[in-house]
Design a binder for this molecule. Sequence first.
Ligand SMILES: [Zn+2]
Ligand SMILES: [Zn+2]
Length: 295
Amino acid sequence: MQPIENARLRYVLSWILWPVLFFGAVSLTIWAFAGDSPVLMFNLIYLSLAASLLFLERIMPHEEQWLEKDGQTFANLAHTLLSKGVVQGLIVFGGVIGITSMVTPVDDAGYGIWPRDWPMAVQVVMGLIAAEFGLYWAHRIAHEWYPLWRFHAVHHSVTRLWVINTGRFHFVDSVFSIILGITILLILGAPLEVVKWLSAVTAYIGLLTHCNVEMRFGPVSWVFNTPGLHRWHHSQDLREGNKNYGENLVIWDQIFGTYFNADRRPPVDIGIPEAMPSGFVQQLLWPFKSFRKPE
Ligand SMILES: [Zn+2]
Ligand SMILES: [Zn+2]
């Protein structure tokens, strides 16, 4: 596939792609959630977004070098499926011990301080900000506390960013951040609809943040976690890499002083100092080998 040569067209597309793709996916999700088969439709929207980004990576890549194969496609997809499977298992387990039944539809009385009678759009934004607090700290602790870094390092060990490594997380890492994010919503008594919207938005933003597509963001990066911000987060220079912990929104980075968006190009040579094995099973075992930070 040939890259787009027309500079003007690339420029215009680079500005509109993120808003069009994200708000397009959100608009379709509003329609999907109101219909008869919300789960099926959500999955179709998710896969269509992934396919669109894979196509755009070919015709207008941000880094040509990141188009080259790294031998990690199988491991990336295997981590994605295992993490999703373990989280699904956790939801089933949550049902068995009675936690899942605490999350009820918005029309039910519910509990806690959550304002269930407010407009759903407002509740979703509140849910995003509240859960983000847990997701932010889970991510920050995973960078600053070495035993957890060992698990999170699996995500950071990639040397290229593209759509396919969006879900490359060691399942222990995924479980830790989901627990912190969801606990806050459980304490506040958020309804089921908010939890569903949160998982949809997180899925879309995740695909976008890892895509290797030439995009410009401007003020969008003041609010949302964009590819521009996340490319800094994958920097080997920890003055740049230990920044931008937000999963969907960057509000807590702004508040806690870890927001970073320099006016230059983020590094192309990304990765970690540790040597990560290339096989999926070896990567699953690697974090357990040592929890002591090398001197
Ligand atoms: Zn990270
Ligand atoms: Zn990442």
